[in-house]
Each structure stands twice: as structure tokens, then as C-alpha cells.
Design a protein around this ligand. Structure first.
Ligand SMILES: *Cc1c(COP(=O)(O)O)cnc(C)c1O
Length: 957
């Protein structure tokens, strides 16, 4: 027997922690699949044409301790100053109970997107709290369950406004000159390919001429100024345009909310609600809309529905807006969002409640007022009379010197031009901080004046003081003691199924181990406390880590350059396609706008192509699941000069290594197109093949799939792109930081220069601890595990597609359609019945309706794979009983699944007993996961749309 794991682990001990199966299990599984070594298996499965030669050129694996030591040294190279730069990023305190029980708790961070609502009621409730919090604070009825950041949320609002107005010709968006600079820049990046004109204007002046469909205003402005929004909103509405307000949630505890002033859309960031700065992310963006616009919302939306017994239950609502269903007609390409951070922000509101938030806001405001008063007393002009937490000081010709003096005192201020200094106060600002700022201005601070209680509105004009209530729901008014909060968080977590309970065999989503060592650094102050616009020399450790990681990712993928700015796979797709677009334009090929996409592609691909200004042309799949080469040739002939790109996934979403990929790339290149390889399936390639070497020009990777960033219940993610040299001038960049990308780049794709920088230690540590041999072993084991599952299930469910040697890649699709035809049992029934057996369902009906896609990953051992296969086989036998008539088609354990505890104590009249319902297997007896609700009626929730916390009485019946 060979010992691949122990051989590698003797040099790289972490590999034996990450890879699930032991050597003897690997041997048994190889036997079952019919190969005598892992090398022989992958030699058979992976086409020679794409195989890379030699080991990855990466540093040899470190131990877990060494990796942490290196990361700690990097974090210490970052300098933490008091951060008073503002511009949408503020220091904040994550309540320690939330750090320990949410941010650092695998029960929350290893959960998957709540597509299976019956096992996701905890996080769905947390997200409903988030939606309620946003909706209350902004004063609009419907908020979604998070977006990627404030700037992209504003860009999404721009397209929402354009879709929602009557005029089909209006093509101009007017953007307040006092918007955050990164927001303006991201709006420009997004507007250009769509043919939208962006006019940045001073909104004290009348709205500029032009066919305006929308206006974007910042509230309070980037300069700190608080303005009455009503005149702008009325003027815009008179012109037939809609208005988006980018608003600060903390300010809205004191200010009249935009919804009450007539805004149609409100967007922003929830970062300052307890989410660390983290050098720019991840943070949860938000969007809320007025009545009538909810069907145009991008991203996920949690709604209230009911289960089979009529009990209230939560689920994702209005999914037909989303890319996974609507594809190129979707409201947006967004898929992975920022669930974990939205949960943190919502829990910050649960913990502090309305009075607590108001007190935090008042304190920030009071410090800003004191600062303004002392500056004025010291002879410094304060530009705006009305402000919330940010003061703009005029220092003719001396602004830079003041900012430098403050930096000497370890305070970062904002430089707002040669004459202006911006000073933002926040939750953590102290009197001593205010004194240090004054010293930088050369002012000796007076001892603090007595502060009355009524002074909180000092710089907020009377007509803009908030009078309406918010966060009145009991959930925001109950958990004030840590005991109560601890139990609330535990109660929600207990409702959910995450990787800390068992396998999540999701095809396409690579739910592998997120090791504790990888996770540990993200809350370290040296990483968490850095403002994204801090002077670059203060982020030396971050830059070193980012450059190293980009280099390693380039090595793994065979590309020449990598940008880690995109903060999800969808954003990487857009960045990659924009690079292709810019490349064609640089060659004078402006007309190349056709993007070929195989019918089996992930929904984000088509939605991203539309956002990049391309036309989607679908290429058919052949019967064996591969791209139909004849159809490809036909499509290439149809668009001789218009071809921009093909977007393929490799291995394909059908779970096989296609032989034809090099031929596809050759044909497309010959036709003048570029080849985009969606790299979300890189877990089947690392160490075996490199897209940059087998014909692709650009790929995005999903670090939240292949490289161990946990899914967080639906985010955060990182979707870096790798490109070949000719595309590298067109990578994303950032107006605030030249180091973020090439000057010739396409502009920023995310608000922060390095996107979700604070979670990059996770993939860094993974690559560092696995080393070249460990990474390859992980891929080989992932392929083995998938083939083992396929081999075990094959005689019970047909495996839909296979490649060379009858093998699959890292995932397999099992076909339930014959079973459905014979018994009426559907994919849904099987997925829900798996819950009774203690499993999360595989991916349902993607990419083929009526099938399940299973990706076990290398982290699951043989015991867990067998437990899963046993459950699937037992379910097959149950379906046979339905087919034979032993159980009625409309009353059997499958159609009634899942069975919550409440179903046992209700009247029982089913043709099977209670034990069959809830203890169908030995493991479901020993370690029972109880779904808190029964099968949820999705359609009911969409017909009766409720997207905020229902009143407690609603739960009583
Ligand atoms: C997950 C996935 C995406 C989208 O990535 P997000 O980070 O969710 O935006 C794109 N393509 C494929 C094949 C995927 O599996």
C-alpha cells in the first residue's frame, strides 16, 4: 500500500489536518474506483493536453505555528494610528460576545448560503434583523440582505434607477460632487460599458441639463456636510428621475432619514456597526427601496413564509430576480454577498438597541462639535455649519502640513485638497484624540467644557433632526445582558446546519475545511485596525502579504499578473470582462461585443457579460455535457468581427475535464476573441493544470471556494483575477492608491483598493501550510472523493456526465429524472429528506434541472462520504416504495420531509411511523439534527411579501 498522505505530511504536517481521508481510506477508495494510486487516477482523468509539468514553484510548506509567526510579523509591519480619515470607514468596537460567538464561530462562518431554508432559519432570522435594521434607519420599507460594499451598492442603484424609470432613452446619472470619491469612481467604471453618462455636479446648483434618469447624493456628504435632501429630490422627481441617497446608518439615528425626505433608493455600508476596518473589507453594503421597486432589487432578500404545518418560517424571497434564474436578464450579477458581516452588523444593533446606537452617535457628534468649536476658537475656519461626525477645516496652503503633524502624533486625518483637512469622529474617539488633533492644528486645547445632555443637536439643523422611532421590534430591545445575548446567538446557531455539523456536499461551491489557524489572524488588531486610505507606508505588512499572495496565485494559475481587488467571483468576472473589453478597444476593435457562453454556465457569467456591455450568445452543450464544437464553429462564423470572448468553466459545470478545451481556445483565438475561464472549479486543477498555460487569457478564482475562505452563510468572498501579460494593463486600479493597479486600468471594481483585504491571511496561510505537494494532494484527493461517491451511487442513481475513463473531476451530477418519472419523487423531496438523515443537500437542479450535483472536497473522510452515500442509497430505497405503491405518492417520508420535532407531537396519520420519519439511519439516532421547521412554502412567501421582522404575535398561531 502506498502512503501518499503520510509521505507528504512528514514534511508538511498541516496537510494531514486539511485532507480528510487517511492513507488506508485513500487505498480503499482507490480500489473502489479501480486505480492503484492517486497519480494513476488523475493521469486517467485529466487530459494530457492540459497537464502542467513539474511541481508548483511555491515555498515548501510551513507548520501552523510558523505560518502564524510569519503572519504576526506581517501584521506588526502595519502601523495602527487613530483613524479619523472618514470617507465611509470608521473605527468601531465589535462587541466581544459577537466576536467570539459569530465572527470566530464556525457555526456561523462555515454555513452555506441559505438556499435550503429549513436548515438555515438562524441565519435567515439574523439577516431579517439586518433588513429590518436598515429599513427602519433609512425610512424605506424593503431592504435586501447585503451587498458587497457601499460603492458597488451605489452602482447597483444606478442600474436599478435606469431600469425603473419610464423613459427608455434617459442615459445620464448625476452624482453629487460630495459623494465618496471611491463611490464616484466605481460608478464610472460600471457606467462606461453600459453607455451611461456620469455627470458629477454641485447639487446646490440646479440639476445639470441632459436626459437624466437618476441622481446619487451622499448623506452626510464626504466633506461631512449635512444637507436637506428635499430640494434635490423634488427637482429630480420633477425631471422624471429617481434619487438614490448613499447614507451613513449611524448618522441616521439622529438625522431625518432619506426615506422620509422622498428618496427612492438608499444605499450604504454597515461597516461602522461593529465590523473592523480591515484595510477596506469585507463589510456589508446595503440597499433599501421604496414600495414598488422591490422586484428590481439586486442581491438576496429574506422574506417570511410558512411551512407545511402553517408555522412561520424564513426563506430567500423573489429569487426569480437573481442571476441563477434570470441569467442575462437578472437585476445584477451578484451571488456571494456579505452575509457574515451583515450578521455582525445586525447583532451590533441587537446588542446596543436603539438607545445604545443613539448614544454612540451622540458621542461621535459631541466630539465633532467640540472639535469644531475649539478649531473656530483657535482661528481656524470650519467650512460646514451642519455636520454629524466629520469636520472640514480650512487651512490655506497648510493642509498637508497639518495632516503630517497629526500623523506624527499617530492620528490619521483626511487631506481634502491643498487647503482642506477632514476630521472624522467615531465610536472610539476620545477627548484625548480630540486634543491630539487640535495640537496638530497648533491649538492648545481648553479643558473640556461641561456637557449638557441636550447639546447633541448642536450642529444638526432643526429641520433635519430625526423625530421618528426605529428598531422598535422586541429583538432590538431584549438582549442587553451578555447572558441573554449569548443565548440568543446560541439559539440561532443551533437552528442551522453548517460544516461544524457535517458534510455540505455542494456542487460548484467547494465547502472544504476552513482551518482555525487560517481564521485566527483576521481579528488581530494589526490587520483589523487599518483604514483603507491610511498612508501606504502604514500598511507595509498588508502590501507585503498581498504581493506574496498575488505571486502565489499567479504561480498556481499560470498567469502573469493577479489583482485581488474583486470581492466576489461575480466581481472578478466583471473585472476580467472589462479587461477584455479594454484590450479590444486598445486594438481599435470597439465593435467586438459578443460573449459566447455555454448553456451550462453559472448564472453570474451571463449577468456579468451584460454588465460589461456585451451581448450574450449561448453555445449549446453536446449530449455528453461538453461544449458542442459544431455549434461553437457555427456561432464563430455568425459573428466574424464581433467576437469579444468566450466564457467557459473548467472543469465544466458538468463536473468533467473536457478534452476539447485547448481546441476551443484555439478556435476562439483564431476568430480574434479572448478566452475567459471561470476558475470557480480550480479545486480540480491546483497542482495539476494551469488555465494560463492551457489557452485561457483571464480567469477569476474564488478564494472562498478553493482557498479556504469560509462561505459565511453567503459571503464574504474574494474573487481575484489572473491575466496573461497582454491584459495586465487593464486590471482594476483605484483612484486613492496607485499601488492598487496599473494607471491604464479599467478603474475600481470595489470600494477599497485591495477589496476584502482583511480575509487574505486565510488563503495566504492555506497556501503557506500546504506547500506545493500538499496542494496537489488536496486536488488529487478531491478528485478521488468525487469519483468514490460517483462509484458508490452509480447503480442507484445514474451519473449524468463522465469524461475520460468514465471518470468525473471534483464533483459529479446524479440524475434523478428517471426516479422522478417512476415514483413522482422530486429533487426537492430527496434534498429535504437528506435533512432527516442529517445532511445538507447537494446543489439542486444546477446546471441540469432534475439533478443533484455533489462535490465532496478533499476535507471529507471516507466515513463521512459513506454516511452520505448510505443516506442517498436509503433514500433511493424509500423512493422505490413510493414507486411500488407501498407508500402513497402524496403521503410518504420523502414528500413530507423534513420532519421537525413538532411533527411528532402533532396528530400522526401517515403510513410510516415516527421513527422512520426522524431516525431513518443509525447516525440520525446518535447525533440528530432537528430542523426547526418543516417544508417551507416558497410561493406563499413571494405572494405575501414580508421582508422585515414580523411582530412577535405573528408567531403565536
Ligand atoms: C460560485 C461561482 C461563481 C460566482 O462566484 P461568487 O463569488 O458567488 O460571485 C461563478 N461561477 C461558478 C462556476 C461558481 O461556482
Amino acid at each position: 500500500m502506498s502512503h501518499p498522505l503520510s509521505q507528504i505530511a512528514s514534511e508538511a504536517p498541516f496537510v494531514a489536518r486539511h485532507v480528510g481521508p487517511r492513507d488506508d481510506e485513500i487505498a480503499k477508495m482507490l480500489d473502489a474506483v479501480g486505480y492503484d494510486s492517486l497519480d494513476a487516477l488523475v493521469d486517467a482523468a485529466v487530459p494530457d493536453a492540459i497537464r502542467s509539468v513539474g511541481a508548483l514553484d511555491l515555498p515548501p510548506a510551513s507548520t501552523e505555528i510558523e505560518a502564524l509567526d510569519e503572519l504576526r510579523a506581517l501584521s506588526r509591519r502595519n502601523q495602527r494610528h487613530t483613524q479619523m480619515i472618514g470617507l465611509g470607514y470608521y473605527d468601531t468596537v465589535t462587541p466581544p460576545v459577537v466576536v467570539r460567538r459569530v465572527l470566530e464561530s464556525p457555526a456561523w462562518y462555515t454555513a452555506y448560503t441559505p438556499y435550503q431554508p429549513e436548515i438555515s432559519q438562524g441565519r435567515l432570522e439574523a439577516l431579517l434583523n439586518f433588513q429590518t435594521m436598515v429599513s427602519d434607519l433609512v425610512g424605506l420599507p424593503t431592504a435586501n440582505a447585503s451587498l458587497l460594499d457601499e460603492a458597488t451598492a451605489a452602482a447597483e442603484a444606478m442600474t436599478l434607477m435606469r431600469r425603473s424609470i419610464r423613459s427608455k432613452t434617459a442615459d445620464t446619472v448625476v452624482v453629487d460632487a460630495d459623494c465618496l470619491p471611491q463611490t464616484i469612481a466605481v460608478i464610472r467604471t460600471r457606467a462606461e460599458p453600459l453607455g451611461i453618462g456620469v455627470v458629477v455636479a454641485d447639487l446646490d446648483q440646479p440639476l445639470p441639463d441632459g436626459d437624466v434618469f437618476g441622481v446619487v447624493v451622499q448623506y452626510p456628504g464626504a466633506s461631512g456636510r449635512v444637507r436637506d435632501l428635499r430640494p434635490v429630490i423634488e427637482a429630480a422627481h420633477e425631471r422624471g428621475a429617481l434619487v438614490t441617497v448613499a447614507a451613513d446608518l449611524l448618522a441616521l439615528t439622529l438625522l431625518t432619514p432619506p426615506g422620509e425626505q422622498g428618496a427612492d433608493v438608499v444605499v450604504g455600508s454597515s461597516q461602522r456597526f461593529g465590523v473592523p476596518l480591515g484595510y477596506g473589507g469585507p463589510h456589508a453594503g446595503y440597499m433599501a427601496v421604496r414600495a414598488g421597486l422591490e422586484r428590481g432589487l439586486p442581491g438576496r432578500l429574506v422574506g417570511v413564509s410558512r411551512d407545511a404545518a402553517g408555522a412561520q418560517a424564513y426563506r430567500l424571497a423573489l429569487q426569480t430576480r437573481e442571476q441563477h434564474i434570470r441569467r442575462e436578464k437578472a437585476t445584477s450579477n451578484i451571488c456571494t454577498a456579505q452575509v457574515l458581516l451583515a450578521v455582525v452588523a445586525s447583532m451590533y444593533a441587537v446588542w446596543h438597541g436603539p438607545e445604545g446606537l443613539r448614544e454612540i452617535a451622540r458621542r461621535a457628534h459631541r466630539h465633532a462639535v467640540e472639535l469644531a468649536t475649539a478649531l473656530r476658537a483657535g482661528g481656524v475656519e470650519v467650512v460646514h455649519d451642519a455636520f454629524f461626525d466629520t469636520v472640514l477645516a480650512r487651512m490655506p496652503g497648510r493642509a498637508e502640513a497639518v495632516v503630517a503633524d497629526a500623523a506624527e502624533l499617530r492620528v490619521n486625518l483626511g487631506l481634502a485638497g491643498a487647503d482642506l483637512v477632514r476630521i472624522a469622529c467615531d465610536e472610539v474617539t476620545t477627548d484625548a484624540d480630540v486634543a491630539r488633533v487640535l495640537r496638530a492644528f497648533g491649538i492648545t486645547p481648553e479643558p473640556a467644557q461641561g456637557r449638557g445632555d441636550g447639546d447633541e443637536h448642536d450642529a444638526i439643523p432643526a429641520e433635519l433632526r430625526r423625530t421618528s422611532g426605529y428598531l422598535t421590534h422586541p429583538v432590538f430591545n431584549t438582549h442587553r445582558s451578555e447572558t441573554s445575548m449569548l443565548r440568543y446567538l446560541r439559539r440561532l446557531a443551533d437552528k442551522d446546519y453548517a460544516l461544524d455539523r457535517g458534510m455540505i456536499p455542494l456542487g460548484s461551491c467547494t465547502m472544504k475545511l476552513n482551518a482555525a489557524t487560517e481564521m485566527e489572524p483576521i481579528t488581530w488588531p494589526g490587520f483589523a485596525g487599518i483604514h483603507p486610505f491610511a498612508p501606504v507606508e502604514q500598511a507595509d505588512g498588508y502590501l507585503a502579504m498581498i504581493r506574496q499572495l498575488e505571486g502565489w496565485l499567479a504561480t498556481v494559475t499560470g498567469y502573469d499578473a493577479v489583482s485581488i481587488q474583486p470581492n466576489a467571483g461575480s466581481q472578478g468576472e466583471l473585472a476580467g470582462l472589462l479587461a477584455i473589453r479594454a484590450y479590444h478597444r486598445s486594438n481599435g476593435d470597439d465593435q467586438r461585443d459578443v460573449c459566447l457562453i455555454p448553456s451550462s454556465a453559472h448564472g453570474t457569467n451571463a449577468a456579468s457579460a451584460v454588465m460589461a456591455g456585451m451581448r450574450v450568445v449561448v453555445v449549446a452543450a453536446a449530449d455528453d455535457g461538453t461544449v458542442d464544437l459544431d455549434d461553437l464553429r457555427a456561432k464563430l462564423d455568425e459573428h466574424p468581427d464581433r467576437l469579444a470572448a468566450i466564457m467557459i468553466t473548467y472543469p465544466s459545470t458538468h463536473g468533467v475535464y473536457e478534452e476539447g478545451v485547448t481546441e476551443i481556445a484555439r478556435l476562439v483565438h483564431e476568430a480574434g476573441g479572448q478566452v475567459y475561464v471561470d476558475g470557480a472549479n480550480l479545486n480540480a486543477l491546483v497542482g495539476l493544470a494551469k488555465p494560463g498555460e492551457f489557452g485561457a487569457d483571464v480567469s477569476h478564482l474564488n478564494l472562498h471556494k478553493t482557498f479556504c475562505i469560509p462561505h459565511g452563510g453567503g459571503g464574504p468572498g474574494v474573487g481575484p483575477i489572473g491575466v496573461r501579460a497582454h491584459l495586465s494593463p487593464f486590471l482594476p486600479n483605484h483612484p486613492m492608491l496607485p499601488e492598487a493597479g496599473p494607471a491604464t486600468g479599467v478603474g475600481p471594481i470595489a470600494a477599497a483598493p485591495f477589496g476584502s483585504a482583511s480575509i487574505l491571511p486565510i488563503p495566504w496561510a492555506y497556501i503557506r501550510m500546504m506547500g506545493p505537494d500538499g496542494l496537489k494532494l488536496a486536488t488529487q484527493t478531491a478528485v478521488l472523493n468525487a469519483n468514490y461517491v460517483a462509484a458508490r451511487l452509480r447503480e442507484h442513481f445514474p451519473v449524468l456526465y463522465t469524461g475520460r475513463g468514465g471518470l468525473v473531476a471534483h464533483e459529479c451530477i446524479v440524475d434523478l429524472r428517471p426516479l422522478t418519472k417512476a415514483s413522482g419523487v422530486t429533487v426537492d423531496d430527496v434534498a429535504k429528506r437528506l435533512i432527516d438523515y442529517g445532511f445538507h443537500a447537494p446543489t439542486m437542479s444546477f446546471p441540469v434541472a432534475g439533478t443533484l450535483m455533489i462535490e465532496p472536497t478533499e476535507s471529507e473522510d471516507k466515513g463521512e462520504l459513506d454516511r452520505f452515500c448510505d443516506a442517498m442509497i436509503a433514500i433511493r430505497a424509500e423512493a422505490d416504495k413510493v414507486a411500488s405503491g407501498e407508500w402513497a405518492a402524496d403521503d410518504n417520508p420523502l414528500v413530507n420531509a423534513p420532519h421537525p420535532a413538532s411533527s411528532l407531537v402533532a396528530e400522526w396519520s401517515h403510513p410510516y411511523d415516527r421513527a422512520t420519519a426522524v431516525h431513518p439511519s443509525p447516525s440520525s439516532r446518535e447525533d440528530k439534527y432537528w430542523p426547526p421547521v418543516g417544508r417551507i412554502d416558497g410561493a406563499y412567501g413571494d405572494r405575501h411579501l414580508v421582508c422585515a421582522c414580523p411582530p412577535p404575535e405573528a408567531f403565536q398561531d
